[in-house]
Design a protein around this ligand. Structure first.
Ligand code: SF4
Length: 444
């Protein structure tokens, strides 16, 4: 994998209530890569570590780094903010480039409010800044922007993706198809685009948008690097901004709904367009439902739309039943926006459901990594007996952490050596590793 890793684990060991649940876990992922973690047990432990929603009874050692910065030491600080509904927001703000979609997202929402009424509360401040910047671009669009759109369109290999990206950045996501069709044509592109885009301006009060955008920027600054000592310059800037926004903060407290109304309207428009793109209805009534298991897939898609506006480069989520549609949407958006993915699953069915979504697969059995490989090699041939069993669709057999090979009791290829000796992870080829005595061992 690339060197430019967002998240990296070095020999991470995890104990839950004194019992080892993850041993010698190594993983590194860059923002453009996509990894499937298959874990027969402790899937929940892995997702809670990756979402930094870590239970008090979990003890860890080894290294866990975010952009080269050690996290284990700061985990308590992060956890302080991680109580249920606040977790998503705080993880997004603390680890800006990691966006977590919870397994049961509906549980972190207010059951007395519809999705439309509360979705704004789940938008990280950096995403709000980008969203309002898009509104400002739309309101101030110029001939130069149109000319740039046309010339860049000619250069981009995937033109549909480029237009979707551009219309998102210019707050005209509802006109993506129209823009694309004009660009595909040969006549009067510039005039047609100007005419279309000029009518998207709503004439809203720009100074108010700028004030709201700058306030969110200020809050984003407060929430980042809280553990680092600020330089005098940074501190002075912060104090100046604090003064500037003191009144605005009070006004927001008294009339949050009114002040954030522009953002809420823009957000709904944007959400509905993305829902349409992901195969849902774009009728506003779709957001008039309450959070429940029935709306779980819809909620996951809403979070996926939020991810696009966040600075996130890595999406983390856990596989659950009936998640195919969501996986399809992840695949679709990943192509346009190029974010990385870590998906935690208890089986390998997703490899067959959405071919091409994952680059790498890592198989964990009873807390031990038994195989990792590029997906194309893995789907052709699995090395570890447990991986073979997974891919043949056999029922997920679990074991417990013990001496010898963790898979010994269930392995049809087991040998005498496997009973009391643990196979090391060895290189099978340049990109594949496996822990099984069939392929040799460092010590034997
Ligand atoms: S080390 Fe032995 S028991 Fe373990 S998977 Fe390989 S053959 Fe089976």
């Amino acid at each position: 994998m690339e060197d430019n890793n967002i998240l990296k684990f070095d020999n991470l060991g995890v104990w839950k209530s004194e019992e080892m649940v993850l041993d010698n876990f190594n993983m590194a992922i860059a923002g453009s890569e996509s990894l499937l973690l298959i874990s027969s047990t402790n899937k929940g432990v892995l997702s809670s570590i990756l979402s930094l929603d870590i239970d008090d009874d979990l003890k860890m050692d080894g290294k866990m780094e975010y952009r080269g910065k050690e996290l284990l030491k700061n985990i308590k600080n992060i956890k302080r903010y991680s109580d249920k509904d606040k977790n998503l927001m705080k993880v997004s703000e603390t680890l800006k480039e990691i966006f977590v979609i919870q397994r049961e997202s509906y549980k972190i929402m207010d059951k007395t409010l519809t999705l439309g009424e509360q979705i704004i509360d789940f938008i990280p401040y950096n995403a709000r800044v980008r969203m309002l910047n898009a509104v400002l671009r739309r309101e101030m669009i110029s001939s130069k922007d149109v000319e740039l759109l046309i010339s860049n369109y000619e250069k981009y290999p995937d033109k549909e993706d480029y237009v979707r990206f551009w219309s998102t950045e210019y707050g005209v996501v509802n006109k993506t198809n129209d823009i694309y069709h004009i660009l595909q044509g040969n006549e009067n592109k510039t005039d047609k685009l100007k005419e279309l885009l000029i009518f998207q301006k709503t004439g809203i009060d720009l100074p108010n948008i700028v004030e709201l955008r700058d306030f969110y920027k200020y809050v984003t600054g407060l929430n980042t690097n809280t553990e680092n000592k600020k330089s005098q310059e940074e501190y002075d800037k912060l104090m100046k901004e604090k003064k500037r926004f003191a009144f605005f903060k009070l006004a927001l407290k008294l009339n949050r709904k009114g002040i954030e109304d522009i953002l809420t309207r823009e957000l709904k428009r944007y959400m509905l367009e993305y829902l349409k793109f992901m195969g849902f209805s774009n009728d506003e009534s779709i957001l008039n439902v309450y959070p429940s298991t029935d709306s779980e897939i819809l909620i996951k898609h809403l979070f996926l739309a939020i991810l696009i506006f966040s600075d996130a480069k890595l999406l983390v989520f856990e596989c659950s039943k009936n998640i195919e549609k969501f996986l399809g949407s992840v695949n679709l958006l990943r192509k346009t926006y190029g974010f990385g993915v870590i998906c935690i699953s208890e089986d390998a069915y997703v490899l067959k459901t959405i071919p091409g979504l994952f680059d790498y697969v890592k198989v964990i059995y009873s807390g031990k990594t038994v195989e990792d490989a590029p997906v194309d090699q893995f789907t052709k041939e699995q090395l570890h007996p447990y991986s073979k069993s997974l891919m043949s669709g056999k029922k997920n057999i679990t074991g417990s952490y013990s001496e010898g090979c963790v898979y010994y009791k269930n392995c049809r290829y087991s040998m005498a050596i496997c009973k009391n000796n643990t196979p090391d992870m060895i290189n099978f080829n340049e990109k594949r590793n496996v822990a099984c005595f069939i392929y040799g061992n460092k010590n034997f």
